[in-house]
Design a protein around this ligand. Structure first.
Ligand SMILES: [Cu+2]
Length: 175
């Protein structure tokens, strides 16, 4: 992509991106003080813009691909809106933040909020974790919720005023 848009004559600084063998001309380009600014400075403006967009896109893909990015999902039960935020949907220890509000948006102070990760296709389950209150309507739990790549479902059981409601979340785990 880069090549088709950016390629000009063989002596242009763009020859960086060519995969042909280096020539003397290329060598002089390569051996110039090669700061990013220097390289980018030699490109036509459309190329610079395109390169920056490409760079940003690559960064996003990289972040999303390694399970390092967070996930936030919401789910409604009979009386509550429940939001589950995970700092990542991969293996290892994760932090889950659960926000519980009533249908008018007021934070719910629950007696207990329990997180229960299950992988239904395989009949697998991770240990349940009781979340601790950290702010009005907000609960937090840490644990190794996921141990396998695939679709997990996380049930969040909210107990308040003697009744219990369960919010379900589908979490794609990438490992
Ligand atoms: Cu499994």
């Amino acid at each position: 992509m880069m090549k088709s848009i950016c390629t000009r004559g063989p002596k242009s600084p763009i020859s960086f991106f060519d995969d042909r063998r280096p020539t003397i001309d290329d060598a002089t380009v390569v051996h110039r003080p090669s700061s990013i600014v220097h390289i980018v400075g030699g490109l036509p403006p459309t190329c610079i813009r395109f390169s920056l967009i490409l760079l940003a896109a690559l960064l996003l893909v990289t972040l999303a691909g390694c399970g390092g990015s967070g996930i936030t999902e919401t789910s409604r039960t009979e009386h509550y809106n429940v939001q589950l935020s995970l700092d990542g949907a991969g293996f290892g220890e994760r932090t889950a933040t659960i926000d519980v509000s009533d249908l008018s948006g007021k934070p719910v102070s629950a007696d207990q909020v329990v997180l229960s990760p299950v992988m239904q296709q395989m009949g697998m389950a991770s240990p349940e974790v009781t979340a601790q209150p950290v702010a009005p309507g907000r609960y937090q739990a840490r644990g190794e919720f996921f141990s396998m790549v695939g679709e997990w479902s996380v049930a969040v059981r909210v107990s308040a005023g003697g009744t219990e409601e369960t919010a379900s979340f589908k979490i794609p785990v990438k490992g």
